[in-house]
Design a protein around this ligand. Structure first.
Ligand SMILES: [Zn+2]
Ligand SMILES: [Zn+2]
Length: 217
């Protein structure tokens, strides 16, 4: 079981990266990505800090920790240069903070993020068919989330992705210890979005392959 979207003290989360890793391992997860909010003001700092952490995280621990980042509330034209920069520096999981209905997101954000070199489009709200097709073409995961408010459009995202063949991922977008839900409850998020158990198994298989690739295995 995996969660590739969580926030630490490096942005607006409550836990240190090490606390996140230990909490997730205790909850039964095999891998996480720590993906703090970044824009031009803090991206260099976050990348340096999370790479320092993951470089020192012992390989023999029970949980894999991938260095990530969430490009958040950017003017759309900044997704491309910042994703490129994060990739070059060694960030493995790049998330675009998509057009959730719960926040005032700049229109065109889903499209600009998908055109950049991202891995996951988080909470993409009422994503259009054209953008789902672009996600499919680029192999970008569209996120179903357990996070309150953001999860309101999960059923739409799941339906469109299944219809058009785009990849899905189940994530927590966790900020506090209470957001670290059990693997069982993660599966419930998928079921509630209208997925079958078989479709959810497929998601975890695909995400497992993605993690193995990022780990260089
Ligand atoms: Zn946040
Ligand atoms: Zn987030």
């Amino acid at each position: 079981m995996y969660n590739l979207h969580c926030h630490s003290l490096l942005s607006d989360g409550e836990l240190l990266p090490s606390e996140l890793a230990v909490h997730y391992a205790a909850a039964g997860y095999k891998a996480i990505a720590i993906t703090d909010h970044a824009d031009y003001s803090n991206i260099a700092f976050i990348i340096k800090a999370i790479l320092e952490f993951t470089r020192h995280w012992p390989k023999n621990r029970k949980i894999i920790v991938l260095p990530g980042i969430e490009l958040t509330h950017l003017p759309p034209e900044q997704f491309e240069p910042l994703a490129k920069y994060a990739r070059k520096e060694g960030i493995k999981v790049i998330i675009g903070h998509g057009e959730t209905l719960a926040e005032p997101i700049i229109p065109g954000t889903n499209r600009a993020a998908l055109e950049a070199d991202i891995d996951i489009l988080a909470h993409p709200g009422l994503i259009t068919e054209a953008d789902v097709k672009l996600a499919k073409k680029k192999g970008v995961f569209l996120e179903l989330t357990s996070r309150k408010n953001h999860h309101d459009t999960n059923a739409h995202v799941a339906e469109q992705a299944l219809k058009l063949g785009a990849r899905l991922i189940l994530n927590h977008d966790s900020h506090r210890p209470e957001d670290i839900i059990s693997p069982k409850d993660s599966i419930k998020v998928g079921l509630r979005a209208g997925l079958s158990q078989k479709e959810i198994d497929n998601i975890y298989r695909e995400v497992g392959l993605f993690i193995a690739k990022k780990e260089g295995k």
